[in-house]
Design a protein around this ligand. Structure first.
Ligand SMILES: [Zn+2]
Length: 391
């Protein structure tokens, strides 16, 4: 999979899987660039007949409308497909002659950051995640696809999730064409908003089910995907888990109107998703001087609080990494190839001098087990780090 999109015609999609972690197709957003899809549509299958999906849709639509305080104005085009994972494969493989090279560079960048080790196999990881996709909503066509099967609690939960995307798609612009290909966090933050809303409604629906149905749905989710490093699982789960917490906080403060306002004025950084007060306080990221590469650039972009947290968590543990990332003011990174190495350099600016000291100490701890890593405090509450690994 490639970090940077290779297809110029973005078709944003939003997906659901059984659990927050399993939902993740977002592995391709490793450096926080949203997914670009080339979608081959499966043939439509009739939904009519006894016990068919069509029988349960009205009730589920009604639930979603009530939870969100919005109405459907159009029929959602619902189709069945056994091959939702295949929709992902096209996304994550990348295309063109440079795809293999880009994928190798991406793995090396993740190793340089310390998020994965040499055993990481991104193809196997992508397959493991793809196998967990249960539903897909395509904002551009207002079409929803789910795996066929008996009408179980798990399928109803999936439909509620996807119908929430569909309802949001009627009332708000979900296809954010230009923003989704920017190498910053605006696309990922928008995904967290959309997935967070669907997860929030889904969780409310789940709570209305009997204990037996809830247990059945959880069992049907199955185990989390295997062979994926923790940092990448957390990254993949981020739009769902952090997005849901963000929505819950908005609703607590001002009901679902606050969610609609957020779609009109979306969060733009992971800092705003992770700390809703930063979003409500209109906290903008600070301008950061771009770090200078020393070879052929393979990736560059914004280095957000989320990535900082994930980078540090494997060396420091989750809580110290979260504390070190708090106070993020802005950040950028660049990765380049130099001989047989891939190197990454990041510049981070923190809100206060104390935040900066805390981050420098955390980065130095991160660097201790990495012989080629350097940490350089710089003027203006900023700090630079770099590291290289063999590609
Ligand atoms: Zn979703």
């Amino acid at each position: 999979m490639t970090g940077l999109p290779s297809n110029p015609d973005p078709q944003a999609t939003t997906r659901t899987a059984g659990t927050a972690i399993a939902t993740a197709i977002a592995l391709a957003v490793l450096l926080l660039v949203d997914l670009i899809a080339v979608v081959v549509l499966p043939r439509p299958i009739t939904l009519r007949g006894p016990g068919a999906l069509a029988d349960v849709i009205p009730e589920l639509q009604h639930f979603v409308e009530h939870a969100r305080g919005l109405r459907f104005h159009h029929n959602v085009d619902i189709r069945l497909s056994n091959d939702l994972g295949a929709l992902n494969t096209g996304l994550s493989e990348g295309t063109g002659a440079g795809a293999a090279d880009a994928a190798a560079s991406q793995s090396a960048v993740l190793r340089a950051l310390g998020m994965v080790d040499e055993r990481y196999n991104e193809k196997a990881a992508a397959q493991s995640l793809n196998s967990q996709v249960l539903g897909v909503y395509q904002p551009r066509t207002h079409r929803l696809m789910v795996r066929p099967g008996p009408i179980t609690a798990r399928l109803r939960i999936t439909l509620v999730h996807e119908l929430t995307h569909a309802l949001d798609g009627e009332h708000h612009q979900l296809v954010r064409k230009t923003k989704s290909i920017r190498p910053d966090e605006s696309g990922t933050s928008f995904r967290a908003l959309a997935e967070g809303d669907a997860m929030w409604v889904e969780s409310r629906y789940r709570a209305t089910l009997s204990a037996a149905d809830q247990a059945g749905a959880t069992a049907a989710d199955g185990p989390a995907p295997t062979g994926i490093p923790d940092a990448l699982l957390l990254l993949a789960a981020y739009p769902y888990a952090a997005g849901r917490a963000f929505i819950e906080e908005l609703v607590k403060q001002d009901g679902t109107d606050a969610v609609d306002r957020a779609f009109d004025h979306p969060p733009i950084t992971s800092e705003q998703i992770l700390h809703v007060d930063r979003y409500l306080g209109h906290d903008r990221p600070r301008v950061v001087v771009k770090p200078v590469p020393e070879g052929r650039v393979v990736q560059r972009g914004v280095f957000g609080e989320l990535l900082l947290r994930l980078m540090l968590s494997r060396s420091l543990g989750a809580d110290p990494a979260r504390r070190a990332g708090t106070g993020w003011g802005g950040g950028r990174y660049v990765a380049w190839r130099s001989g047989t190495s891939v190197c990454v350099r990041g510049t981070l600016v923190m809100d206060t001098a104390a935040d900066t000291d805390e981050l420098v100490a955390a980065l130095r701890q991160w660097a201790t087990s990495r012989p080629r890593a350097r940490v350089t405090p710089s003027p203006g509450r900023s700090v630079m780090f770099d590291n290289c690994v063999d590609a």
